[in-house]
Design a protein around this ligand. Structure first.
Ligand SMILES: Cc1cc2nc3c(=O)[nH]c(=O)nc-3n(C[C@H](O)[C@H](O)[C@H](O)COP(=O)(O)O)c2cc1C
Ligand code: SF4
Length: 507
C-alpha cells in the first residue's frame, strides 16, 4: 500500500510541476513549480482567514490588499466589484480620505463613452505654448511612468510597452536608455537622467546628436529631463557591475560588468538658466516637447523657475511632480521615507508657483506616486494634473506580488530582475494585455466618476467637488486644504470647451 501511495504522490507532483513549467499565465508557478501554488491557495482563503487573524484589507503598504485586489481583478478582466459596502471606518478614516461629491444630475453618456477602450485625451497640447514642431495632445490621461531597463527585466519592459500600445498611452523609458524592449510600437517619453544613458559620448557627457538620432528612429513623443524622483531625490544611482549585462551595457553606452553610476547632479547644467538653455537646445534640435520630472523639496526652486520662465518666455513644456511616497527599484531607507514632500503637499506648491506667474494654462502637468486608482487620479486631475503616470500599479497588473525584493535581483515574478531563469516566467504576450486591461479600467472608472459629478471629462471635475476627511472624521474642502484660488486646477475655458467636443466626437 505505502509504496503505491508514494509513487502516486510523486506522479501527481511531477504532473503538477510539468504543467506549472509549461503554462504561461502565472509567472510565480513557472518560476516556482508546485510550491508556488501555496500563494494562490493563501490568496483564495485569505478573506476567510482574515476574519479571525492578521491584518485588515486596508493595511499593508505601499499598496493595501484592497488596492492590489482591484488592480489584479481589473488586469484580468475579472469581477472588480467589492461586496457588502465599504469596510473603511469613515468616523476615523486615514487622514486625507477622499470624498467625491456627486451631482444630483449625472452626465448622460454619449456614444463615445461606449468605446471599450474608454479613451480620455488630455485637456492640454504639450508644447503648444512654445510652438514646438511636434507639439501633441496626450491621447490618454493615464500613462506609464519611467522604470529603467536594468531595474526591470527586458520581458517586463516589453510587456509594459506593448500594454501602452494596446491601451493607447505612452511609456516613459526611465533613465536607463531606450532598449529593444521599448521598441514594440508603444509611444515613448524618453527620459534623460544624470547618467545620460543612451545619449552620452565615450566620456559620459551628454551628446545632442545622439538624442536627435534616437528620437528620429523611435516613436518618442516627448523628452523628460529627470531632476529627481520622489523615492530618492538628491541621490545618484548605482547599478552594480554583476547586473551590467552585455545588453544593458549596449543600451546605456557603458562597459560590461563595471559598476554603473548615475551622479546625483547633472553635468551639463547647475542652475535654472543652464537648465532652461539645455531644454531649449534639446527641443530646438528635435522639435519634440521637453519637460522636467522632479520631486518637491526646496520650494524656492519652483518660484524662481516660474519667474525666469515668465521673464524669458522659455522653459519646459511640461512638469511631472513625483511624490515622496513614489517607488524605486532600490533606495536608502532615509531617502525613501523622509526626503521630498508627499504628492499632496508637493504638487500644490509647484502649481501655485506656475499659477502665480500665469503659466498654469501654458505648461502641462503630470503627477505620480500612488495615483493609479480612480479617486486619487480624479483628485490629481482636479489639482491641475493633465495626466497621471503609474509605475508600481502597472507592475501589479503584470504580476508583481509586492514581495519588495526589487533591490535583490531575486524578484520572484521576473519583473525586477536580470536573472534569465526568473525573467523566463514572465510572458509578455499575456502580461501586455493585463497591463492594457488595467490602464483601460482605470480610465473607465475615471470617466464614471466624472459622469457621477455631472461632467463629460474628468479634467472638468473641479476641486469644489472633492472634500478630504481628517483622521477625526471632519470634512474639509480640498481647495482650502491645498490653498487653491477659484478656478485653479481646471482647464482654461477654451480647453474645457474643446475637451467636451473631443469626448463627444471621439477625435
Ligand atoms: C522599479 C522602479 C524603477 C524606477 N525607475 C525610475 C527611473 O528610471 N526614472 C524615474 O524617473 N523614475 C523611476 N521610478 C519611479 C517611477 O517612475 C514613479 O515616479 C514612482 O514609482 C511613483 O509612481 P507609482 O507610485 O505609480 O509607482 C522607478 C520606480 C520603480 C518602482
Ligand atoms: S521584487 Fe516583489 S515588489 Fe519588486 S517587482 Fe518583483 S514582485 Fe514586485
Amino acid at each position: 500500500m505505502w509504496p503505491w501511495l508514494i509513487v502516486g504522490t510523486v506522479l501527481v507532483v511531477a504532473l503538477v510541476a510539468t504543467y506549472d513549467l509549461l503554462q504561461h499565465k502565472h509567472a510565480i508557478l513557472r518560476n516556482f513549480p508546485v510550491i508556488g501554488h501555496f500563494r494562490y491557495v493563501l490568496e483564495k482563503v485569505g478573506p476567510e482567514l482574515r476574519q479571525y487573524i492578521v491584518t485588515d484589507n486596508d493595511e499593508e503598504r505601499p499598496f493595501s490588499r484592497d488596492r492590489r485586489r482591484w488592480v489584479y481583478a481589473s488586469s484580468k478582466k475579472e469581477n472588480d466589484y467589492f461586496g457588502f459596502g465599504t469596510d473603511n471606518d469613515l468616523d476615523r478614516p486615514a487622514a486625507g480620505y477622499v470624498i467625491i461629491k456627486h451631482s444630483a444630475f449625472p452626465h448622460r453618456p454619449v456614444a463615445a463613452d461606449a468605446d471599450a477602450s474608454h479613451p480620455i485625451p488630455a485637456a492640454k497640447v504639450i508644447g503648444a505654448w512654445r510652438g514646438r514642431r511636434h507639439a501633441f495632445r496626450p491621447a490618454s490621461v493615464v500613462n506609464i511612468s519611467g522604470m529603467s531597463y536594468g531595474s526591470l527585466s527586458g520581458a517586463a519592459v516589453e510587456a509594459l510597452n506593448r500594454g501602452a500600445l494596446l491601451a493607447g498611452c505612452w511609456q516613459a523609458t526611465g533613465e536607463g536608455g531606450l532598449s529593444r524592449f521599448h521598441q514594440h510600437g508603444g509611444d515613448l517619453v524618453f527620459q534623460i537622467g544624470t547618467g545620460y544613458f543612451g545619449v552620452r559620448d565615450a566620456a559620459g557627457d551628454f551628446e545632442l546628436s545622439r538624442l536627435v538620432d534616437l528620437c528620429a528612429a523611435n516613436p518618442v513623443r516627448a523628452i523628460e529631463l529627470k531632476l529627481s524622483q520622489g523615492a530618492k531625490p538628491g541621490l545618484g544611482g548605482l547599478l552594480p557591475g554583476p547586473k551590467v549585462t552585455k545588453a544593458i551595457a549596449e543600451v546605456r553606452g557603458i562597459e560590461v560588468g563595471k559598476d554603473c553610476i548615475s551622479p546625483a547632479f547633472h553635468g551639463t547644467f547647475s542652475d535654472i538658466d543652464g537648465m532652461l538653455e539645455f531644454i531649449e537646445r534639446a527641443a530646438d534640435a528635435t522639435g519634440i516637447p521637453v519637460g522636467i520630472k522632479s520631486a518637491v523639496g526646496d520650494t524656492r526652486f519652483w518660484t524662481d523657475l516660474a519667474t525666469r520662465m515668465a521673464v524669458t518666455g522659455t522653459g519646459p513644456d511640461f512638469v511631472v511632480v513625483d511624490g515622496g511616497e513614489g517607488g524605486t527599484g532600490a533606495g536608502p531607507l532615509a531617502f525613501t521615507d523622509h526626503v521630498a514632500l508627499p504628492f499632496r503637499q508637493g504638487f500644490p506648491r509647484v502649481y501655485r508657483a506656475f499659477a502665480e506667474a500665469d503659466l498654469h494654462h501654458k505648461v502641462a502637468f503630470g503627477g505620480s506616486a500612488k495615483l493609479g486608482f480612480p479617486e486619487v487620479a480624479l483628485l490629481a486631475l482636479g489639482m491641475g494634473c493633465d495626466w497621471v503616470s503609474v509605475a508600481r500599479e502597472a507592475l501589479l497588473a503584470i504580476g508583481c506580488v509586492q514581495a519588495q525584493r526589487c533591490h535583490t535581483d531575486h524578484c520572484p515574478t521576473g519583473i525586477a530582475t536580470q536573472r534569465p531563469w526568473l525573467e523566463r516566467g514572465l510572458d509578455p504576450d499575456l502580461k501586455s494585455v493585463r497591463c492594457a486591461n488595467y490602464l483601460i479600467t482605470l480610465r473607465k472608472e475615471l470617466l464614471r466618476l466624472a459622469h457621477a459629478c455631472g461632467e463629460s471629462h474628468p479634467a472638468l471635475v473641479g476641486l469644489d467637488r472633492i472634500e478630504l476627511l481628517g483622521s477625526d472624521g471632519e470634512s474639509r474642502p480640498s481647495a482650502e486644504v491645498f490653498g487653491y484660488q477659484p478656478g485653479w486646477g481646471l482647464p482654461s475655458r477654451a480647453e474645457a470647451k474643446l475637451v467636451e467636443q473631443l469626448v463627444a466626437t471621439r477625435r
